[in-house]
Design a protein around this ligand. Structure first.
Ligand code: HDE
Length: 710
């Protein structure tokens, strides 16, 4: 089904607010038809403009006020509509309607984002990705405001402004944009042992996804499920992409940022337009309330994940994105998420990070969207009608009839009534809470390194190498040597070899800190909370390595065909058909945009050799044909073609040389290497394409990176 053929309750509601200008006359905001949109009203053709010109004034005034503040974090985003389908009932654990009835479909709007950069920054920054989902359920909006990493930098909300100030551009010169590689970030981090687990994720390739469609989503905090009987389970939310979890190389990310800074946005948009709808399995880890203390970490600590080896992820639903927004600002920019938007059957835990978030999100919408009526913006409206006694405020849309705006009342017959639990009325889960009023952290939060070790030890060798290199890159940008050393000291608590390798490249020695957070003034609570070095119960978790992800599909992979006049048209079309049958997307790249004459016809290329780069593709095919190879090796093309091949090779991609293209192979960097490489395919016979498809589906041959980059 195509993007535009989608239909659901939320889209129907949005349609009522959607207009098209097709075949319409231009009007003012008052609906007056405009006769001349070219000239302002003047006193004489060359005279001054008249104040009376209400058309000019209206147009300019609106323009002057077009911008709203960007999100303080997660400013850059891409959104899409979709549907969540429940495949297995969770009614034993939660009374939430949208998680109870098998087959139930709930409309959703999802917004992906980077965190640190401004609205106009690059998609490929090394960063966490936001993965926020608004479920338009029959019981009201449920927002799962998630990230693509399962843990967070800090344990308590009171540190969030510090964290964000440290990572954002430095306040004196507003540099660097969308990057954590600078003094203030690493100054803060090196003083925050609790961030070490998250730092392992951030320095891993998870922070540079190949596509928003190829990353996981995690609710991060433990939430609570409550069933009809009032029984509680802790729950962790997971989204697992059907296409697997894949990333790009850091070198590639940096080049993509120049060639196509909208790479992720474009990829999501085009996939949905092409009907290659992104899909995720939705899963939950369920922990009975009585098992809360059975782990070697605290379930309320957001710097910890629950290893899948200890509690399996039960897959219960599918999230599909199937429609692009009609208007970026109205939908993706104005959508307002809040982890406090919940439905009966779901509740919060005492995670101190989550507790702080419950305050922050409404507050930030007030400054960003400018009014407490932001819930009335079409994208934010629940599909069930809102009834309450809240009134007025900027830009109020709803027209509520009657005299009454208070409760209790007799004039309005007591309406709107409170709903009983049996009628879906929300009640907070009752739990006994007692304690001294203290500004303290729990002793159960002191272990900061065990899961950083778990993550690092679970990575494959190429992943560990990338992580080391990322740390070297980031810390090399730090100008204050003490910060670099302190950070290396922190790494030593995670892995000695990691610390040594990073230290070597930074030209420092590993000095293990006496106390991990020794540099924080040892007063009051902080002194009591000296970090402990512990070994994790689970030593290795397969789910944490991207090496173990889905690698059997080439669906929606972008394959560049490099062609020139005289290319073997039959071979080209045959391979194109085979790849497209498997769901891949083929795009032609030629010396110019002029039609290419192949042996059996003519084709129009989508790109020229200079308008794109190999970093925008997952794999390359060098079209068969001696004639075309000669043109590609001509002085004006040769440099560009070889750059395509050499970069794809360096970034561990599959490259397929069609017959007759030996000259290109011989002149590339590949020819200098003598090793067997399963992803460099040289045409032998009609079966070579199978090897190519197999290589593309593996995504990248990271294990050959050292050989390919020698
Ligand atoms: Fe957010 N976060 N956050 N956050 N967050 C915002 O809300 C905040 C945290 C996340 O696409 C802001 O509407 C605090 C964790 C996403 O619109 C703001 C704390 C996780 C998005 C805010 C956190 C997230 C936001 C900025 C620590 C993963 C983008 C604009 C106590 C579970 C949503 C806005 C979108 C956005 C505050 C920590 C995810 C300021 C105070 C942990 C995906 O309210």
């Amino acid at each position: 089904m195509k993007n535009d053929d989608q239909n659901n309750e939320k889209l129907d509601q949005l349609n009522e607010h959607t207009t098209s200008n097709e075949n319409e006359k231009l009007t003012t905001n008052q609906g007056l038809k405009i006769n001349n949109n070219q000239d302002s009203l003047k006193s004489g053709e060359r005279g001054p403009t008249l104040l009376e010109d209400f058309i000019l004034r209206e147009k300019i005034t609106h323009f002057d006020h077009e911008r709203i503040p960007e999100r303080v974090v997660h400013a850059r985003g891409s959104g899409a509509h979709g549907v969540f389908k429940l495949n297995k009932s969770l009614s034993t654990y939660t009374k939430a309607g949208f998680l109870s009835k098998v087959g139930k479909e709930t409309p959703v709007f999802v917004r992906f984002s980077t965190v640190a950069g401004s609205k106009g920054s690059t998609d490929l920054a090394r960063d966490v990705r936001g993965f926020a989902i608004k479920f338009y359920t029959e019981e009201g909006n449920y927002d799962l405001v998630a990230n693509n990493m399962p843990v967070f930098f800090i344990q308590d909300a009171i540190k969030f402004p510090d964290l964000v100030h440290a990572v954002k551009p430095e306040p004196d010169n507003e540099m660097p944009q969308a990057a954590s590689a600078h003094d203030t970030f690493w100054d803060f981090i090196s003083l925050m042992p609790e961030s070490m687990h998250m730092i392992m994720w951030l320095m891993s390739d998870r922070a540079i996804p190949r596509s928003l469609r190829m990353m996981e989503g995690f609710g991060v905090h433990s939430f609570k499920f409550i069933n009809e009987e009032g029984k509680v389970h802790f729950v962790k939310f997971h989204f697992k992409p059907k296409l697997g979890v894949h990333s790009v190389a850091w070198d590639e990310a940096q080049r993509i940022s120049g060639v196509d800074p909208d790479f992720h946005k474009r990829d999501l948009w085009e996939s949905i337009e092409n009907g290659a709808f992104p899909e995720w399995d939705f899963g939950v880890q369920l922990i009975p309330e009585e098992d809360e203390h059975k782990f070697d970490f605290d379930l309320l600590d957001p710097t910890k994940l629950v290893p899948e080896e200890e509690v399996r992820v039960e897959i219960v639903g599918t999230l599909t994105l199937n429609k692009n927004p009609d208007n970026f600002f109205a939908e993706t920019e104005q959508v307002a998420f809040h982890p406090g938007h919940i439905v009966p059957g779901i509740d919060f835990t005492n995670d101190p990070l989550l507790q702080g978030r419950l305050f922050s999100y409404t507050d930030t919408q007030l400054s960003r969207l400018g009014s407490p009526n932001f819930h009335e913006i079409p994208i934010n409206r629940s599909v069930n009608t809102v009834h309450n006694n809240q009134r007025d405020g900027h830009m109020r849309q709803q027209i509520v009839k009657g005299k009454v705006s208070y409760e209790p009342n007799s004039i309005g017959g007591g309406c709107p009534f409170q709903a009983m639990m049996s009628e879906g009325g929300f009640t907070s889960h009752e739990e006994r809470v007692s304690g001294e009023k203290v500004r303290k952290r729990s002793q159960s939060f002191v272990d900061h390194y065990s899961q950083a070790k778990l993550f690092y030890n679970s990575q494959s060798v190429p992943e560990q190498t990338h992580l080391q290199n990322a740390l070297v890159f980031e810390l090399s940008k730090v100008t204050i040597p003490e910060i670099r050393e302190r950070m290396v000291g922190q790494l030593a608590f995670i892995d000695q070899t990691l610390a040594k390798k990073v230290a070597e490249k930074l030209g420092v020695t590993v000095k293990k800190l006496k106390q991990p957070n020794q540099s924080i003034p040892a007063d009051g609570n902080i002194a009591e909370l000296q970090s402990e070095e512990r070994e994790p119960n689970t030593k290795i978790s397969e789910a944490l390595s991207m090496q173990n992800t889905v690698k059997d599909t080439i669906k929606s992979r972008k394959i560049g065909f490099i062609v020139a006049n005289g290319a073997d048209g039959t071979a080209l079309n045959d391979l194109k058909a085979k790849l497209e049958k498997e769901g891949a997307k083929v795009e032609l790249i030629a010396p110019s945009l002029a039609p290419v004459k192949t042996t059996d016809g003519s084709m129009i290329p989508k790109h020229s050799l200079t308008s794109t780069a190999s970093v925008c593709f997952d794999a390359l095919y060098i079209s068969a044909g001696e004639q075309s190879a000669i043109e590609l090796m001509a002085p004006e093309n040769r440099h560009h073609v070889l750059r395509f091949i050499n970069e794809a090779y360096k970034h561990c991609k599959a490259i397929y040389f069609g017959s007759g293209t030996e000259a290109l192979y011989d002149n590339s960097n590949i020819a200098m290497k003598k090793h067997e490489d399963p992803a460099v395919i040289i045409w032998k016979d009609g079966r070579s394409y199978k090897q190519f498809i197999e290589a593309v589906s593996r995504h990248r041959v990271w294990e050959f990176e050292p050989e390919r980059n020698k």
